[in-house]
Write a new protein. Structure first.
Length: 291
């Protein structure tokens, strides 16, 4: 006798329940949606005129507090108080807002296409991505599990910019265009740094433990000094790689070694209208192959 659809559904449900057990019995239903709302409300509290909904600053903060407490209840160990973490984040909001103001100024001053700060906030993908990162970084420093990464992954999905909440990024940070930018967990970036699209600040290789798996919690990503410009498609890898202050890294450069301050690094194959980039720039930059 053939099974009914309801019997097949019941069988599938039982099989999925048996195979889908995880080490953590907590439910994360609705967690992603709450994280997204939390991120939006916190940004709205810092910049009320640009909020998606008509919210006062106080209303946005109240909603954010409720959402944050709910999210923290899902992820914090039972011996940690969600109220204390909420208080720490709210205390940090004025500093986050100040940092974002420097980021907006850097975008406006550094991009001739930017007609106004309004345009940057409403149109540039870098603003929500950096805002989500700066909020998430506070929670990362508070050693909150999962939630900071969820916040930056929300920004990643909506902007194409992937900034790990563990990265340490100074004031006046600007990402022009933004699509495909990746900034790894242990990256440090100084002040007044500008990146273009498809820049990767990543890991060169992973140190392996006795079990053959990558060791966690070690320095894996590069350090970028102050006033550095990194053009589109450049890849800079490795935890021992340091790009000194005032460097210019050309488009499509691949770097796994350090560069001392004040240097320009360009790909040796760069040619425009019969001239190398070297000729056009009137400089004697380093080829990435020489490093």
């Amino acid at each position: 006798m053939s099974k009914t659809m309801m019997e097949r559904v019941a069988e599938a449900a039982r099989a999925l329940a048996e195979n889908g057990q995880t080490e953590d019995s907590r439910s994360f239903r609705g967690f992603r949606q709450n994280t997204e709302q939390l991120t939006d409300r916190l940004i709205a509290a810092m910049f009320p005129p640009y909020a998606a909904a008509s919210l006062s600053r106080e209303s946005a903060l109240l909603e954010a507090a409720e959402l944050l407490m709910e999210c923290l209840g899902r992820v914090l160990p039972r011996d940690r108080d969600p109220k204390a973490v909420t208080a720490s984040l709210f205390s940090a909001l004025p500093e986050v807002q100040r940092q974002l103001q420097t980021d907006l100024n850097a975008a406006y001053e550094g991009d001739p296409a930017a007609a106004s700060v309004n345009e940057i906030i409403l149109c540039y993908p870098a603003f929500p991505a950096i805002a989500a990162y700066r909020l998430a970084h506070v929670l990362y420093l508070e050693k909150v599990p999962l939630l900071p990464r969820m916040m930056t992954e929300y920004a990643h999905r909506t902007t194409g910019i992937d900034i790990h909440p563990g990265a340490a990024i100074g004031d006046s940070f600007f990402i022009d265009h933004g699509t495909g930018v990746v900034i790894g967990e242990t990256t440090t970036i100084g002040k007044n740094v500008k990146l273009y699209q498809h820049v990767t600040l990543g890991a060169k290789s992973f140190e392996l433990g006795p079990d053959g798996n990558p060791v966690k919690g070690i320095k894996r990503h590069p350090d970028i000094g102050d006033r550095v410009v990194i053009y589109a498609g450049a890849t800079i890898l490795g935890g021992r790689t340091r790009i000194g202050s005032d460097c210019v890294i050309g488009g499509s450069v691949w770097l796994t070694h350090s560069v001392e301050a004040g240097k320009m690094v360009l790909p040796s194959s760069a040619v425009t209208e019969g001239h190398t980039t070297r000729d056009i720039m009137g400089e004697s930059p380093l080829d990435s192959a020489q490093l």
